[in-house]
Design a binder for this molecule. Structure first.
Ligand code: HEM
Length: 106
């Protein structure tokens, strides 16, 4: 089995300008190059690419359009990365949520 260290590739200053800065526009027009690889590549690349990328845009657009977003408190949300095989937050969003008074409907 082959694991590609995408985290290191995406933070490589030889490939990306200011690799740790949040600059979503850096991805505009770049699709499935070997320095990006969001959906894999080659014969085992993601067959759901077309559907997946359309749905991501649709879901984010709908969320932004339909919901008002506020931070829970005055503090910035801790976005630091944990060290696991897959990328995870050190502090999960669920730890930041106030406990619900009643059970959710599900
Ligand atoms: C934005 C959404 C998606 C992302 C980021 C994503 C990402 C990936 C990645 C990284 C791989 C591994 C590719 C590799 O090993 O080179 C993969 C494989 C796969 N994806 Fe997706 N995927 C997405 C959506 C979908 C959807 C919507 C479907 C099906 C409807 C799908 C079905 C699959 C399948 C079946 C594989 C395994 C392909 C194989 O091993 O031959 N994916 N995907």
């Amino acid at each position: 089995m082959l694991f590609v260290n995408l985290w290191a590739i995406l933070k490589d200053p030889k490939l990306w300008e200011d690799p740790t800065k949040f600059k979503p526009e850096r991805f505009v027009g770049r699709k499935n190059e070997f320095c990006l690889l969001p959906i894999g590549s080659g014969r085992r690349g993601c067959p759901g690419e077309g559907l997946g990328l359309r749905v991501v845009g649709l879901v984010f657009g709908t969320l932004i359009q339909c919901f008002q977003r506020n931070r829970i408190g005055d503090e910035m949300v801790d976005m630091s990365n944990g060290a696991r095989l897959t990328l995870s937050k050190v502090t999960p969003f669920s730890d930041l949520m106030p406990l619900r008074e009643s059970r959710p409907f599900w």
